[in-house]
Structures are given as C-alpha cells and as structure tokens.
Write a protein that binds this ligand. Structure first.
Ligand code: AMP
Length: 425
C-alpha cells in the first residue's frame, strides 16, 4: 500500500468517530446515566467485546433480527464461533453466573456497565452499526420494587441531564403461566391476516414480534389483535399493578403500551421503553424489562432479573433536539504563554506544578508568538493565562491574567500554585 492510500481511509459505514469537543459531551452523558445506578448500589462490571455466538442465539433468541441478521460473527483461527456483542444483558448475566456472584448470598446482584455494541443494521440517523450503551441489571430477585427502581433510575438519569421530553412506555408480557394462552390466541388471529412468507414464519416462531413490525401494511391489520393486557394471569396482573403504583408514587409518569414487545426474546412481565419524539423513527433512547427465564436459557439456575440499557448516542441526539447544552467544566483552567526560551522553561515547570496540584493547565507549545499563543489560551476555555517574558523573570515573577475580566497582576514565580488556587476558589 502506498502512503497516499492512508488519507483515503474513512470510518466504516454506520460508524462515526467521537472527537473533541463533542466527545466531552458523550463522556458526561455516560457519567450522568451511570450515576443514579451507582448511588443505588449497582457495581461496575466489564465484559469482553465478543462472546460465543451461542450465548446470544440462546439468550437473545434464534428468531430475533439481532441474531438472524445483525450479529457480527467470526470464526477464530482456533475455530471458535464468536460474535461482537450486540447487547449487554446476556454477557453480564453470563459473567455473573461464571463468577458465582449469585451464590455469594447477597441477592439481587446489582451491576452496571458501559461500552460499545455492534449490530449490522441499515444505518440511518440515530441507528449505527457501532453504538454505545450504559446498562444496569438487578439479578436474582423477583420484586416489583426492583422493576420500579430501574425505571426510576433511568428517568432520574435523563432528568439529571436536563432532558424533559422523554416518555416511558410500560407493558407486561406475562409469564410462563399466562403467556402461552395469549400466544396461541395471537397466533390464531395473525394466521387469518394477509402477510408475507417471512412474517407467516414468524407467527409460528415468535408471534409477539409481529406486533412490533413497523410496516404500515402490517400495522393496519393489527387493530383488532388480542392484547396481552387482557390475558394476564392474576399474579402477573397484581405484579404489574404494584410496579405502576410504585412509579406513580415516585412521580414517574408512564404510558401503558399493550403493544410494546421489544426486540429480544428473553423478556417476561415488566417491559419498558424510553422514547423521545425529537428523534424521528429511531425514537427509543433506552429500554429494558424483566427477564426471569434468561438464566435458565443460558444454562444457569432460575434467577429472576430485571434491567435496562440506555443508548448513549441517542440520548445525546435527544439533548440536541431539545437544545440542552450541558454545563461542562472547561478542560483547561490555566494556559501558559511564554515569551522566550527562559520563560518557556520557567512556565513549563509552573505548569507541571499546577497539574500536580490538581489544576488543569496547558502550555503554548511550539514557540508560538504572543498573539497566536493568546488566541490558543482563549480557545482553550481557560480562566487564566500565565504570561512571562525576560523582564518578568528578571523580577522573579509571572503575570497572572484573568481572561474573563482582563485584569492582570504579577505573582512570584514560586507562589504560582497558591495564587491560582486562591483565585479559583
Ligand atoms: P435494545 O437492546 O435494542 O433495546 O437497545 C437499547 C438502546 O440502545 C435503545 O433504546 C437505543 O437507544 C440504543 N440502540 C440500540 N440499537 C442501536 C443502534 N443501532 N444505534 C444506536 N443506538 C442503538
């Protein structure tokens, strides 16, 4: 390859690079989404970016789009079938089971995570092939308060960012008791419709997913479809009622959506989705629910669990759609502007000391002239500039300039850290 080719490389289709200054927004959004979960006792978990294909085909479901069409799979040189992770829950549960966290006697096991996920989807605004999620899972306990806790935590995360236009859609998918009867009632209904071959097959494998079909030609025929809400058993009904009461008591408004099924097979009972109307067709900014059967599906014991994943990319888009500007602290507090070689050395030392004292400091590298260096200082967002030339150094001082007010005062070279800290406080 010639070097000329290198400049023609682009990020792969459906992906984008995060670069300053926007990247700072992403970091802040991830942090804000995770903070409520951390405060609620969720511990950080990190799992590999790839897993055995089978974990997802068994966990997420053989008939889902994620598994049949969207997984990035590969065969290693050693012959292992791996997939880049398309979602977080199956991996996190696998990790918890493998480490026997559920046997440590403290259920639920509460975990949060943050990372990259991969789906070979048709790219469009808000839908990427590489995207970022923050998630939270509460493993091993059946308690409507946990379902409510998770919805409240995600809502709190969006609110703390200043988002106001998000809505919570809520449904119950029933359990092993009541879902089978609903499933056959739905199948009977769907078999009578005018549907294509693929969709007919889906009726037999996973009829609930047909409700999620976005095509107008399908949706038009679903008006009279039986609803799970009319088929819930007494236990599921009571459970759902408790979740609703807890959300209402916490002041989290929700909308019942009896058609909400979500794209993964493992959900039981509570399912929810956070949507935002400013995003066009990719309106889901987060989602989750209860997955009481997943542990057994991937070879573990019965561990009723509930969790969510929030899409970081789409949360950033939602903030933009609402015109919310996050108040991010400036990356640099002090910017050093040296004039001459002696000043370069003196200010380089001062900058190192400032950084060691916890002050964010940067330096006009490359021997820039005064005008250029001051431009860089302003662009850095720094509150103060440290300016020094030969005459200052002869007097043992540097000039500390407040870039907001324009005021400037000499400060003894050996008192720079103290002077900056005093003024910042
Ligand atoms: P899901 O597991 O599909 O419910 O995804 C959880 C959240 O991740 C969604 O609500 C989206 O915000 C986000 N998400 C899922 N797929 C994508 C994608 N292809 N591009 C961007 N964000 C996504």
């Amino acid at each position: 390859m010639t070097t000329a080719d290198v400049s023609t490389f682009q990020a792969p289709k459906g992906t984008y690079d995060l670069l300053p200054p926007d990247s700072a927004v992403y970091l802040a959004v991830r942090e804000a989404i995770a903070a409520p979960a951390r405060r609620a006792g969720y511990g950080y978990v990190e799992t590999p970016g790839f897993e055995s294909v089978e974990l997802f085909s068994r966990g997420v479901g053989e008939s889902t789009d994620i598994v049949t069409k969207e997984m990035y799979t590969l065969t290693t040189k050693g012959g292992d079938q791996l997939a880049l992770r398309p979602e977080g829950t199956a991996s996190v549960l696998r990790a918890a089971l493998e480490a026997n966290l559920h046997k440590a006697g403290n259920l639920p096991v509460k975990l949060w995570y943050s990372g990259s996920y991969y789906r070979y989807e048709r790219p469009q605004a808000g839908r990427y092939r590489h995207f970022s999620q923050v998630g939270a899972e509460a493993i091993g306990t059946e308690d409507p308060m946990l379902d409510a806790e998770l919805v409240i935590l995600a809502d709190e995360a969006y609110r703390s960012l200043g988002l106001r236009g998000h809505r919570v859609l809520l449904n119950s998918l029933g359990d092993r008791e009541c879902r089978p009867a609903y499933r056959s009632a739905l199948q009977d209904f769907l078999r009578g419709l005018d549907l294509d071959e693929d969709t007919r097959r889906r009726i037999e494998i996973n009829p609930l997913r047909v409700l999620d079909d976005k095509r107008e030609s399908v949706q038009r025929q679903l008006d009279a479809a039986p609803l799970i809400s009319d088929h819930l058993c007494e236990t599921c009904k009571a459970y759902h009622e408790q979740v609703r009461e807890l959300l209402t008591a916490a002041g989290v408004a929700y909308e019942e959506d009896p058609r909400l099924v979500r794209g993964l097979d493992y959900y039981t009972r509570t399912t929810f989705e956070f949507v935002h109307d400013g995003l066009g067709s990719q309106s889901a900014i987060g989602g989750g629910g209860r997955y009481d059967g997943l542990s057994e599906m991937i070879g573990g014991p019965s561990l009723p669990s509930v969790g969510w994943a929030v899409g970081v990319d789409r949360t950033v888009l939602a903030l933009r759609a609402e015109g919310v500007d996050l108040a991010l602290p400036a990356a640099t507090d002090v910017y050093a502007v040296p004039l001459g070689e002696d000043a370069r050395r003196a200010l380089f030392t001062a900058v190192t000391e400032l950084r060691r004292a916890g002050v964010a400091a940067d330096f006009a590298y490359g021997g820039k002239g005064m005008k250029n260096a001051m431009k860089s200082a302003n662009r850095s967002g720094a509150r103060f500039a440290l300016v020094a030339g030969d005459r200052d150094l002869a007097e043992g001082v540097v000039q500390l300039k407040d870039l907001e007010s324009g005021e400037q005062a000499p400060v003894a070279l050996d008192a720079v850290v103290a002077a900056v800290k005093e003024r910042m406080a």
